[in-house]
Design a protein around this ligand. Sequence first.
Ligand SMILES: [Zn+2]
Length: 328
Amino acid sequence: MHYPKLQRLFLGLLLLVLPATGCNQPNSVSTPVSTPVSPVAQTSPQTPKLKVVTTFLPMYWFTRAVAGDLAQVEVLVPPGSEIHDYQATPNDVQAIAQANVLVKNGLGLEEFLESTVKNAQNPKLKQIEASQGIQPLQELSPVVKPVEKKGEGHDHDHAEGNPHVWLDPVLAIKQVENIRDGLIAADPENKDVYQANAAAYIKQLQALDEQFQQRLKSFNNQCTFITFHDAFPYLAQRYQLKQVAVVEIPEDQLSPDDIQKTIATVKKYNVKALFGEPGTDNKLLSSLSQDLNLTLRTLDPLETGDKDPQYYITGMKSNLQRIEAACR
Ligand SMILES: [Zn+2]
């Protein structure tokens, strides 16, 4: 006698529970996905914001600066990871599938992106290429390749030219303008806010450019330097610094042959400065620079860092300080 009653009670409970879980689903028409919610897929249900996915930190900073609170901005390459070797994850595909806008640097930098976008199958996705309209540089100075070049590592032989345009403040302004125009096209209602935010950030970039100009002008092509990552040709060209060579080195270890090549290059060009970068094996490079009687300094290509858009400004200011100190 008790049996049917219990069953009905149980059914009643189920019915009560079901609609509650239904409410937790985002209001989208997305296909059922059983994977756990990733950080990139977080939604704030009450405010339907523009969803913008950016590829790596500089694109993230510039987009955040322009979008302010109007968009939910995510970055695919985690802030500590290296863009050049990046392999896309299923989360990246999911993030692009759910995004309204994708912001990329272009110039062949984001090699992982083509198949990722294809797999995301998002016909409504608007893509902003921040380098659009920028004339890319091919090789500015000789690149000395490492002895043993395996499949991976730093390979900048992109058919589309050198991608590191964000390291020139003037070209960074152009990138911010492209991002601004792309966001306005995707969300015309908020045009005024995008314009005002972009103008404020561009003002900071202009001030940065002025500082670079003023503090580096006295060197007037006399500051010769070598880097180990072909990231600074745009910066060098803008401010009349002389990047004489790029010595590409393996990321893990310097071989005796690499050391010999570096020494030969330094002697050949009579360079004033050696620039390593944060995160590479600077211990070996600094003992090498001691032998060469040069101070090793670091220049940050700003491919990693923290997520505050101001990181770009402070990072570039410390790059300026280090260039100045090295060239003096
Ligand atoms: Zn790079």
